[in-house]
Design a protein. Sequence first.
Length: 248
Amino acid sequence: MRILVANANTTQGITDLCAAAARGAASPGTEIIPVTPRFGPAVISTRAENIIAGHALLERLAEHAGAVDAVVLAVSHDTALEAARQLMPCPVVGMTEAACFAACLVGARFGLVTYGGVETYRERIGQHGLSGRLSGLEGLDATPQETLSDPAGVEAKVLGAIDRLIAGGADAVVLGGAAMAGMAPRLQGRAAVPLLDGIVCAIRLAEMLVGLGLPKPGAGSLAPPKSRASIGLSAPLAGMLLGATPTP
């Protein structure tokens, strides 16, 4: 099984963190293929950056269409998730989507800690239909880049946020940031509730979906596009909009 772990920002260090967490979670025989976009924001923190990153991400996915068995979006905004599901011929799993659904299996309500602002996460959780299970959100006074340069300092802030979420009624906490990949095992012993790593949850869920062998929708909103003309896009992405059959 080959799983594409696709970062949506251009910080290679975050891709590396996600790839390491993915390889640690993958079953024997699963190959992890990490990719970083060729253009776009260093780290996504605004709505505008998220849209730009979506284009960059879809171009990367199109390059690998037909050559991988599943895709994990290594971006905590679940950037371009529905578009990726429509385009790709294989299962596509968002890391925050996977962690939130997993959190619902281990607790009645869950909290999420992330970097900076939280409103786009509140919206995304609502889009996943889980607003009623969300107990709270915590935005850290820290950046993903600081996680790479000062991991101990950021982890201390994460632990403080986890405690506040627990006090607010969380039975489980999602670590909502691609730069937090691999952090949960280091913090779990100091947290009173389960901590969910989005990359780990997404890899496990992607493997399950591949094993189920379900067909791709041929009708409805996620049916592949056909005969959609475009200009200026990469050849693989333009081909997928036209309905070209992906080849390895």
